[in-house]
Ligand binder design. Structure first.
Ligand SMILES: Cc1cc2nc3c(=O)[nH]c(=O)nc-3n(C[C@H](O)[C@H](O)[C@H](O)COP(=O)(O)OP(=O)(O)OC[C@H]3O[C@@H](n4cnc5c(N)ncnc54)[C@H](O)[C@@H]3O)c2cc1C
Length: 284
């Protein structure tokens, strides 16, 4: 079995995580510990495939725990379409699962499947090395500021569809004295020309003072900034080129989980397909 291992600046946490994996060397690197990354990790674990999972935030499911979800949020699809592989929702859960229950489910999922993401690791580059036939991944350790290097035969991109907030180019936005927020909906105020102090100037020449600007401009994916040599799996916007359910498999051991606009149901299917395919490759 080809091995993957961190090579530079090994911090204790990395060593501990690897040791905790029963001294096996991970062969797969999963980037992102949202539901897609967690589902992939669970499926790899289920098939006894060693892996590591890198997450730039300090928690798993950061989108749900601290970013763009509000307290009263419920899953908008019935619960049977939102379960991750191998563990069902408790039967006591309502059809449309509230956010708090979903987070409790994810906590149990991570604990039961013994998933230990390496947190505060922001992946900066991933390049396939044709010589070693491995993916070389560089991640910034956001605690120490050091760049850590990992290599693995398989790379799973699970960085989601909402990786980075998109803030439009507005003249002198940095001088706006109020608050600037981004939410996950379409643009509603397209005609801001510039700002000055707390005053917003619109393209029609009118201006008004505001305390806050909420950009409802959605998100952009940053995968193409760090994933090099992939011109077949993801498009420039980080969305799978092939349509569901054929979206998850690239070439040279590259996979993606989640970015086919099929929500948790799609993520669960991708994760199972990826783990099964990796197992098959390892047995060949
Ligand atoms: C408000 C809201 C409600 C939703 N409701 C539903 C629903 O009811 N049903 C449904 O099926 N879907 C729903 N979705 C869709 C949503 O896409 C999924 O729920 C799910 O969060 C997607 O999981 P993911 O793991 O693919 O992506 P994410 O949850 O976005 O996770 C990606 C992870 O990758 C990490 N990451 C990104 N870039 C890097 C990097 N360079 N290095 C390291 N880590 C990185 C991020 O920090 C993040 O933790 C909802 C989405 C939102 C925003």
């Amino acid at each position: 079995m080809t091995s993957a291992q961190p090579r530079l600046q090994m911090r204790e946490t990395v060593s501990e995580t690897l040791a905790a994996m029963e001294n096996q060397q991970p062969v797969a690197i999963v980037v992102g510990a949202g539901p897609s990354g967690l589902a992939t990790a669970a499926c790899l674990k289920h098939l006894s495939i060693p892996y590591i999972i890198l997450e730039r935030e300090d928690c798993f499911a950061s989108l749900w725990k601290k970013k763009y979800s509000y307290d009263r949020l419920h899953l908008h699809l019935a619960k049977q379409f939102c379960e991750l592989p191998h563990i069902s929702f408790p039967s006591t859960y309502p059809t449309y699962v509230p956010k708090t229950d979903f987070l409790h489910y994810l906590d149990e999922y991570v604990s039961h499947c013994q998933i230990s993401p390496l947190y505060k690791r922001s992946v900066e580059s991933a390049i396939y090395d044709g010589g070693s036939e491995k993916w070389d991944v560089k991640a910034m350790n956001l605690s120490s500021g050091e760049i850590e290097e990992y290599s693995g035969r398989f790379l799973v991109v699970a960085t989601g569809e909402t990786a980075d907030a998109f803030v439009p180019d507005v003249e002198r936005l940095n001088t706006f004295t109020g608050e600037v927020n981004v939410v996950s909906r379409e643009m509603v105020l397209p005609a801001i020309a510039s700002t000055k102090a707390n005053v917003v100037v619109f393209e029609n020449g009118k201006s008004h003072p505001f305390d806050t600007i909420v950009f409802a401009t959605g998100f952009k994916r940053s995968t193409n900034k760090w994933l090099k040599g992939d011109d077949y799996l993801l498009n420039d916007n980080g969305i799978a080129k092939a349509s569901f359910p054929n979206n998850w498999k690239g070439k040279k051991g590259l996979y993606c989980a989640g970015p086919a606009r099929r929500g948790l149901y799609g993520a669960a299917m991708d994760a199972q397909n990826i783990a099964n395919n990796i197992k098959m490759q390892l047995l060949m």
